[in-house]
Structure formats: structure tokens, C-alpha cells
Design a binder for this molecule. Structure first.
Ligand code: ADP
Ligand code: F6P
Length: 319
């Protein structure tokens, strides 16, 4: 392969820039040229592209967001959109493509691969909801951001003997919620993978209050939602002043952590090595500390286990 493309798609995630940098630098190191495609599949269809040289990715490893911008492209979900993308790759001389994004982006990469454009998917999302990898790029940074913010909330919550109900991102998954609940000393975590009983939570809070617990942190995954309502119910039934905080998009920004930078750099490099060998229709993941790759369709069928032990841990150590 002489020329490859790279794009970021779906929700942005810290570490996407580190991945782009690794793709560009590895490809040029190996004698290939790289076309950067702006705003995901939209940029491919609109041919909003430019050649990326070594210096085009200078000083981006530490930056959140994505230098290539990101977008959701509805047209690409239709066969006609995919065929238009295939034609664009052919016209632009793009022989292989690295797609950094989530499950939806993988589907687009699978469609392009099926039409003869070898694609490699890299898992870029804060949600960690991609089954073909233990960790996604951006997840560690987002969790650290949540932890910092909840620590700040705890200061004020503690001063007022309050309960803080904190809603965190994760789309339909509770990975951010359950990990940050443990890291922030939450008394409870509500996530979509598990049923919850608010009356039981309230009883537990009342019992803890009796033995001197001053403040309470409850983490709610956005897939559960209703954090305002939950806070109001807790306050009404316990008399403990409660406030809901929805952390929102601040969780998607910020400088990537060392783990995300290293993961993104390794994965970007690995993706180009696959394309160099003429291999496409694969997604890259990490199992333990080892990089792996899977057929895209196989990867999309995988189911990610939920960490029940971590979920139970919150209940034991936060009484
Ligand atoms: P993510 O990649 O983070 O899961 P989306 O689900 O929004 O985010 O997908 C990103 C983009 O991938 C979509 O805007 C669309 O361009 C493309 N995409 C999503 N689903 C499909 C699909 N079924 N077929 C082809 N392309 C898709
Ligand atoms: O997938 C990343 C994510 O931030 C989810 O956690 C959240 O549900 C969603 O994207 C928000 O999407 P948008 O940026 O379109 O509001």
C-alpha cells in the first residue's frame, strides 16, 4: 500500500489525536503517504481531505478532541453512501483506511471493506462499550475527569452533610459508572446492567446516617438517568439534603492520560502494520496488555462482560 487514509468518527474521545499521530508517523516511516479525512465519513463523501506530513501531527499527542474533527454521517448508513465512499477512496488513491470510532464507525468500516477498501477500526470512545477490546481510547481519561470532578463535589457535599447524585456518561453501558463509583467512594452505583431498588438504597443511607455517615455520593449512569428525580426522592424520604449533578460533555474533553496516550499510540502503529501487510476488515483491541485484531463482523457480535465483583465492592466498602 502506498497511500492510506485516516478519519475519526462518532463521539470524540481523548487520545484520538495520539492515535492519528501514530498512524501518520508509522505510515510515513514505512514509506506510505497519509490522507487525513475531516469530520468522519462526511469528509470522505465531501472529499474534505488533505495530505498529512510528519509535522502536521506535531504537538497534538497531549490534546483532547480530534484534529480531524468528528461527525455522525447518516448518509453513510445507506448502501448508496457507502458506494459513494468507495468511489471517493478510489478517486483519491486511498488504498486502505484507519477508522477511529465506536461500534457505528466499525459498521461503516466493515461496509467499506466489503466493497474492496481494506479498513482497520480503532476503538475510540469514552464509553468502553466495545466488546472486542478490554479498553477503548479515551475511557481512562474520562474516568479520571469524573474522579476529579466528584472529588470536588465531595468537598461541598461533605461541608453541607448532603447527598450528591452524580450522573456520568457511558451511553447504554455502566463501565465508567462502576469504576468511578469505586474510585470516588460512592455508596451506590446505578447502572443499566443491574436492577436497583431506591427504597433499599434509602434504608441503607438511613442506617449509615445513624452510625455517623455525613455525606453520600451516588453515581448514576446516563443509561439509567433520572438523577434529578432520584435526588428529590432521597431528600423527601430521608430528609438528607440532596443535589443532582449531570457531568455532561466535560467528560469527553481534556488532555489524555498516560494510559490513553500509550494505548492510542500502540494501536495506531498496529493498524498501519496490518494495512502494510494488505490486511483489512479488522478491528484492533487490547487483551490484558497485548494488542489483538479481529474480523469486523465477528467483533461486532462479541458481548462484553460486566464486572460484577467491582459492582459488589461498592456495597461492601462504602457502608
Ligand atoms: P460510534 O462510532 O461512536 O458508535 P455512531 O453510532 O454515531 O458512533 O457511528 C458513527 C458513524 O458511523 C455514523 O454517523 C455513520 O456515519 C457510521 N455508521 C453508523 N452505523 C452504521 C451502519 N450501520 N452502517 C454504515 N455506517 C454506519
Ligand atoms: O459515546 C460517547 C458519548 O459521550 C456518550 O457517553 C453519550 O451518550 C453520547 O456520546 C453523547 O452524544 P452527543 O455528543 O451527541 O450528545
Amino acid at each position: 500500500m502506498k497511500r492510506i487514509g485516516v478519519l475519526t468518527s462518532g463521539g470524540d474521545a481523548p487520545g484520538m489525536n495520539a492515535a492519528i499521530r501514530a498512524v501518520v508517523r508509522t505510515a510515513i516511516y514505512k514509506g506510505m503517504s497519509v490522507i487525513g479525512i475531516n469530520r468522519g465519513y462526511n469528509g470522505l463523501l465531501n472529499r474534505d481531505v488533505y495530505e498529512m506530513d510528519l509535522r502536521s501531527v506535531s504537538s497534538i499527542i497531549q490534546r483532547g478532541g480530534t484534529k480531524l474533527f468528528s461527525a455522525r454521517c447518516l448518509e453513510f448508513k445507506e448502501e448508496a453512501g457507502v458506494l459513494k465512499g468507495v468511489q471517493a477512496c478510489k478517486d483519491l488513491g486511498i488504498e486502505g483506511l484507519v477508522v477511529i470510532g465506536g461500534d457505528g464507525s466499525y459498521r461503516g468500516a466493515g461496509d467499506l471493506s466489503a466493497h474492496g477498501i481494506p479498513c482497520i477500526g480503532l476503538p475510540g470512545t469514552i464509553d468502553n462499550d466495545i466488546s472486542s477490546t478490554d479498553f477503548t481510547i479515551g475511557y481512562d481519561t474520562a474516568m479520571n475527569t469524573v474522579m476529579e470532578l466528584v472529588d470536588k463535589l465531595r468537598d461541598t457535599s461533605h461541608s453541607h452533610d448532603r447527598c450528591s447524585v452524580v450522573e456520568v456518561m457511558g451511553r447504554g453501558a455502566g463501565y465508567i459508572a462502576v469504576n468511578t463509583a469505586v474510585a470516588c467512594g460512592a455508596v451506590e452505583v446505578l447502572c443499566p446492567e443491574k436492577e436497583y431498588n431506591l427504597d433499599e438504597i434509602i434504608e441503607k443511607m438511613q442506617a449509615s446516617r445513624k452510625i455517623g455517615k455525613q455525606n453520600f455520593i451516588i453515581i448514576v449512569a446516563e443509561g439509567v438517568g433520572h438523577s434529578e428525580e432520584i435526588a428529590k426522592t432521597i431528600q423527601a424520604k430521608t430528609g438528607i439534603e440532596s443535589r443532582a449533578t449531570i457531568l455532561g460533555h466535560v467528560q469527553r474533553g481534556g488532555s489524555p492520560t498516560v494510559r490513553d496516550r500509550v494505548l492510542a499510540s500502540r494501536m495506531g502503529n498496529y493498524a498501519v502494520e496490518l494495512l502494510e501487510k494488505g490486511i483489512g476488515n479488522r478491528v484492533v483491541g487490547v487483551r490484558g496488555n497485548t494488542l489483538v485484531d479481529y474480523d469486523i463482523q465477528e467483533a461486532l457480535k462479541m458481548v462484553k462482560p460486566f464486572d460484577d465483583d467491582l459492582y459488589d465492592l461498592t456495597k461492601v466498602i462504602s457502608i
